[in-house]
Design a protein around this ligand. Structure first.
Ligand code: IPM
Ligand code: MN
Length: 360
């Protein structure tokens, strides 16, 4: 049957308002395609700290583990950014959730829409047609190595560590995706300096032998940062470790004209979480100006994950329709901007009117 439990973690800042649009859209998808989505809400981030002292309450973790998929909004709050000594931070909630759910692969598609490439800080001819899939390792590396700050605040360290197994599992996903795409994987690392990067190269070279139809290339991360701006179209699948992936993906996110368009999927063996790649954007909180499309496209990736392909494609078609008709928030159309919920409504209506079954 088509019953699915979806955990919803709206989180901080604009998280709740963009997530509300995704839930609205998923509800219309459910009606049109006769699915039953059961949404279970839970708290994470600053909101959870203020209420319970814990950025990831036990109850939230349980809701996520019992769900078929997790839809997440955003995390972070200026209160904590302005207090570097705060012992508990909202981000710890997300990091712990990724780890506990075993979400080892973070997939970030970078796509451009021809009608929007004028908004890009780069030349239209440089960016038009960019289509990159970033595979970022998500639960190891410097984010999760040993950390230390001495009592006097004189020195500190963060250890970057990787094991072969951690590299193997995400590398396979990246190569399998490349086989369905333009058959190229670029490993981004710093193998001229770092031991962990040399381990990545060795392991990935070995795995590449299983995929003879895929070309494997290597790029040092500093050069990759430059190539991303010079010629983003050269990239197909990018495979990289946790922190390099964090940085490269923010850089890549502006290519299409707005970070407000980009979704992501974090995948593990038993769980998956979907979130926009933008952050909590506290300045916009509650104003109804945040772009809901990154969250709505994350919901489309959630449908892909549940193997509801037809619905996922319908949802993407509706988003493209909104973008083509300039039915977008102020980040994309200053003159005639629509609110967060107006954009959601437009997408909902498109699905209703184009799916006859909705009226049965
Ligand atoms: C991201 C974010 C997170 C990260 C933060 C909020 C911990 O920047 O998802 O890219 O660094 O992974
Ligand atoms: Mn980031």
């Amino acid at each position: 049957s088509h019953n699915y439990k979806i955990a919803v973690l709206p989180g901080d800042g604009i998280g709740p308002e963009v997530t509300a649009e995704s839930v609205k859209v998923l509800n219309v998808i459910a009606q049109a395609f006769q699915y039953n989505f059961q949404f279970e809400y839970a708290k994470m981030g600053a909101e959870a700290i203020f209420e319970t002292g814990n950025p990831l309450p036990e109850e939230t973790l349980t809701v996520c583990k019992n769900a078929d998929a997790v839809l997440f909004g955003a995390i972070g709050d200026p209160y904590f950014d302005n207090n570097p000594d705060a012992k508990v931070r909202p981000e710890q909630g997300l990091l712990k959730l990724r780890k506990e759910l075993g979400l080892f692969a973070n997939i970030r598609p970078i796509k451009t829409y021809t009608s929007l490439t004028k908004k890009s800080p780069l030349k239209k001819e440089v960016v038009d047609g960019t289509d990159i899939q970033i595979y970022r390792e998500l639960i190891s590396g410097i984010y999760f190595g040993e950390k230390f700050t001495d009592e006097n605040g004189e020195y500190a360290y963060d250890v970057c560590k990787y094991s072969k197994d951690e590299i193997v599992q995400i590398a396979h996903l990246a190569f399998q995706d490349a086989q369905k795409r333009r058959k190229k994987v670029t490993l981004v690392d710093k193998a001229n300096v770092l031991d962990t990067s040399r381990l990545w190269r060795k392991v990935v070279q070995e795995i590449a032998k299983d995929y003879p139809d895929v070309t494997l290339e290597f790029l040092f991360v500093d050069n990759a940062a430059m190539q991303m701006i010079l010629n983003p179209k050269q990239f197909d699948v990018i495979l990289t470790e946790n922190m390099f992936g964090d940085i490269i993906s923010d850089e890549a996110s502006v290519i299409g004209g707005s970070i407000g368009l980009l979704p992501s999927a974090s995948i593990g063996n038993d769980n998956a979480l979907f979130e926009p790649i933008h952050g909590s954007y506290p300045q916009a909180k509650g104003k109804g100006i945040a772009n809901p499309i990154a969250s709505i496209l994350s919901a489309a990736m959630l449908l892909d994950y549940l193997k509801l392909d037809v619905a996922a494609n319908k949802l993407r078609e509706a988003v493209e329709h909104a973008i083509d008709h300039r039915y977008v928030t102020e980040d994309l159309n200053k003159e005639q901007n629509y609110s967060t919920s107006e954009v959601g409504d437009f997408i909902v209506d498109y699905i209703k009117f184009s799916e006859k079954s909705y009226y049965n």
